[in-house]
Design a protein around this ligand. Sequence first.
Ligand code: R5P
Length: 298
Amino acid sequence: MSAPILFALPGNEALAPCLAAALHAEIGDVEIRHFPDGESYVRLDSAAEGHPVIILATLARPDAVTLPLLYTAMTAREEGAQSVGLIAPYLAYMRQDRRFKPGEAVTSRHFAKLISGAFDWLVTVDPHLHRYKSLDEIYSIPSAVTSAAPLMAAWIDNNVKNPVIIGPDAESEQWAASVAADAGHAPYTVLTKVRRGDRDVQVSVPDPQILEGRTPVLVDDIISTAGTMAEAAHNLQTLGAAPPVCVATHGIFAGQAMNHLINAGVSRIVTTNSIAHKTNAIDISGLLTRAVYDVTSG
Ligand code: R5P
């Protein structure tokens, strides 16, 4: 069988060599740029014919990435790729999973349709499965979902003394609970959150005594504006807790997110390398590799 070719979209260069080596894939060259009018230019500079093609594209800031991604996949197919798979370490549009107001687009479904139409399989880490129980509810292609929780737990074990794991809202409970179970069975609690707008979030602590003598570790799947984490960090400290550590799978860090966290007095911010950022301290390449083997062998 021909060796897979891995095309990494811009911004994914750091993960590509490690994944290519583990998957016995060649790294392909893809040129992506924009014409002066903003349209995308895509050119595959490695022959895809007869090869399984894997495209590595994390989907933070998805609107800018999605068209070039779809053009890359369509071109690989036209060029005769044996199959075209997508590794999206961060899978976008999962949070818009319901029509909250009449007429709103349920973009998780529309996005899933676009991706399912262009790819044969999908691999991702900690997608925001809240109202959907599985990607199969919206993606019509096979997918393998892996979780960074054990790696986050190992990082906490190695770096934080006496941690108490804290989920900043009800939606984070699944991540907080599994990280706590893996992190030497550290105690955990989940805060209550009221979101009053895209950037306006209020959080409260139900059982403050759990914080005594421990270092709070806020755990979530995503840091986007950091409103959730920053509000939680601030409230924990008004209750006398030590400056918290923030650990998340996906660090999007929209706008002034880093500043919000720093101003909220957090002691450290740690993310996985699902989205390249200076806070990356947890490597998920092994998880992705195993997930690709799972989805392509099943
Ligand atoms: C949603 O509930 C997620 O688990 C995160 O808590 C949320 O997406 C974080 O967003 P932000 O950083 O904008 O508060």
